[in-house]
Design a protein around this ligand. Structure first.
Ligand code: UDP
Ligand code: UDP
Length: 463
């Protein structure tokens, strides 16, 4: 029964602490959730792990809080990183681990807020450190998973797959999770099979506490992943597991950050004529692969907008475009394409009518942003959950996943092959139509009364 019908509407609004951990791919969906809570009249406190790793995180947090002045901010000074693990030099992973170790420092910060905190919404990547805080304060915890329902189900089941240490044994070519289509091991991140890998340790520690949550919020929508959501919520994967709560595609918040130069250029291009190329916030290709991609885009003969990032952490990404691509390419393609370095407003770009196809790494936020606008994708997944995401995206009919292109650094994909795929996807009218329909379904899900909207309202009524 809703709060309105029980007279509970007189209660003060719930006060939710929202805790993103690290990386733009985590911060973005958590900020979107925070903005959605504000739009449903919740009070929100945003917890920020200090210091953040990337410049993008720091500038987005500042700009977000300026755009939402009612949101309160609590900084959590995290403990220093552990001495670097030779298995990873990835600063975001080091940050996840440090945030988990620092979780207990939140209890004193949250126990004195006024009004008192009524629930914590924690990024899945730090929940092992945060769930004790919810216990200490005796408040519910909801987890925000930033990947698809299918990969979320896999990580939920991971504690059952690991015996000692935290890695999974690679005994067969696929891994069976009850109630789900088996996972081909070639699609799972290789670090899951490395004993005591720092990130796998974090994932498993987080997965072990998922059952303490009241629910797992997902940036997906029911008709995009119906079987997986039904299997989890029907108790087939893990009996008694908290519900998967699909509330996506998450709506963009009111924040306009990013290089605006592509927009006038896009305005000059015909509808659906441009290949938009972006590999997310942190995927850095090798120099050789950048050159092949450059050749592929030029060779495809299509218009392109390419957001080029050559380092994992943006602060270190200082090379000029000319150094990476060569002056002659930039001169030759000046009427055909545009390459930018640095942050763009991807939501705004994907909303532009000139975009025809999105060549993407398959980060889950990117998949949902394309789905929300009915843009067909060509997925080239190089890391982490991205192959599983690409499989879900392809099965839903939103795009094509090029399976032979390997993990990051595994091989160098030749320009001719890239050009051919780009041409193929750009000319696939059936795919375009299917993607358009997915865009309609995505928008129905988040309209008032749609499947995702109903789930969100119910979560808020129960806070
Ligand atoms: N993004 C953006 N501008 C950029 C790069 C990325 O707006 O220059 C956004 C993108 O729209 C998405 C997020 O950053 O919301 C990246 O998340 P995703 O899960 O797609 O990939 P990740 O960066 O985590 O690999
Ligand atoms: N992930 C998870 N539990 C965790 C940390 C990460 O399930 O404790 C998932 C996360 O949702 C993501 C995947 O593992 O889908 C890879 O993590 P991340 O996005 O940080 O790395 P990326 O793929 O962007 O390099």
């Amino acid at each position: 029964m809703s709060r309105a019908t029980t007279g509970l509407s007189q209660r003060p609004p719930p006060h939710v602490a929202v805790f993103p951990s690290a990386e733009m791919g985590h911060l973005t969906p958590l900020l979107r959730v925070a903005a959605m809570l504000v739009s449903h009249n919740c009070s929100v406190t945003l917890i920020t792990a200090q210091p953040p790793v990337s410049a993008a995180e720091a500038t987005h947090i500042t700009a977000f809080l300026a755009a939402y002045p009612t949101i309160n901010r609590i900084d959590l000074q995290i403990l220093p990183p552990t001495p670097s693990d030779p298995a990873t030099s990835d600063p975001f992973v080091v940050q996840f681990e440090a945030i988990i170790r620092s979780g207990h420092l939140l209890t004193p910060l949250l126990s004195t807020t006024s009004p008192p905190i009524s629930a914590i919404f924690s990024d899945i990547a730090s929940v092992a450190g945060v769930c004790q805080v919810a216990d200490d304060l005796d408040i519910p915890i909801y987890i925000v998973s930033i990947t698809c329902a299918r990969f979320s189900s896999f990580v939920a089941y991971m504690p059952n797959l690991v015996e000692s240490g935290s890695s999974i044994t690679m005994a067969e070519s696929s891994i069976h999770v009850p109630g789900l289509v088996p996972f081909d091991i070639s699609t799972l991140p290789p670090f899951f099979f490395i004993p005591n890998h720092i990130f796998t340790n974090c994932v498993v520690a987080n997965s072990r506490v998922l059952t303490k949550a009241k629910g797992i919020l997902l940036n997906t929508f029911h008709s995009f992943e119906p079987e997986t959501i039904a299997a989890v919520n029907g108790g087939k994967v893990i009996p008694g597991f908290p519900p998967f709560l699909p509330i996506g595609p998450l709506k963009p918040h009111k924040l306009e950050l990013g290089d605006r130069r592509p927009l006038p250029w896009l305005d000059q291009q015909p509808p659906q004529s441009v290949v938009y190329v972006c590999f997310g916030s942190r995927t850095a290709m090798s120099r050789d692969q950048i050159i092949e991609l450059r050749n592929g885009l030029e060779g495809s003969g299509k218009q392109f907008l390419w957001v080029l990032k050559s380092r994992t952490v943006d602060k270190e990404d200082t090379e000029e475009l000319e150094e990476l691509l060569g002056n002659s390419f930039i001169e030759r393609t000046k009427h055909k394409g545009m390459v930018v370095k640095g942050w763009v407003n991807q939501e705004e770009i994907l909303s532009h009518p000139s975009i025809g196809v999105f060549l993407s790494h398959g980060g889950w936020n990117s998949v949902m942003e394309a789905a929300a606008r009915g843009i067909p994708m060509l997925a080239w997944p190089p890391l982490g959950d991205q192959k599983v995401n690409a499989g879900v995206m392809e099965a839903a009919g939103l795009g094509i996943w090029e399976k032979g292109w390997g993990w990051l650094g595994e091989k160098t994909v030749k320009g001719e092959e890239i050009a051919e795929k780009v041409r193929m996807v750009m000319s696939d009218e059936r795919l375009r139509e299917k993607a358009r329909k997915i865009g309609e379904e995505a928008n129905k899900a988040i309209e008032v009364g749609g499947s995702s909207d109903k789930v969100l309202r119910e979560i808020i009524e129960n806070l």
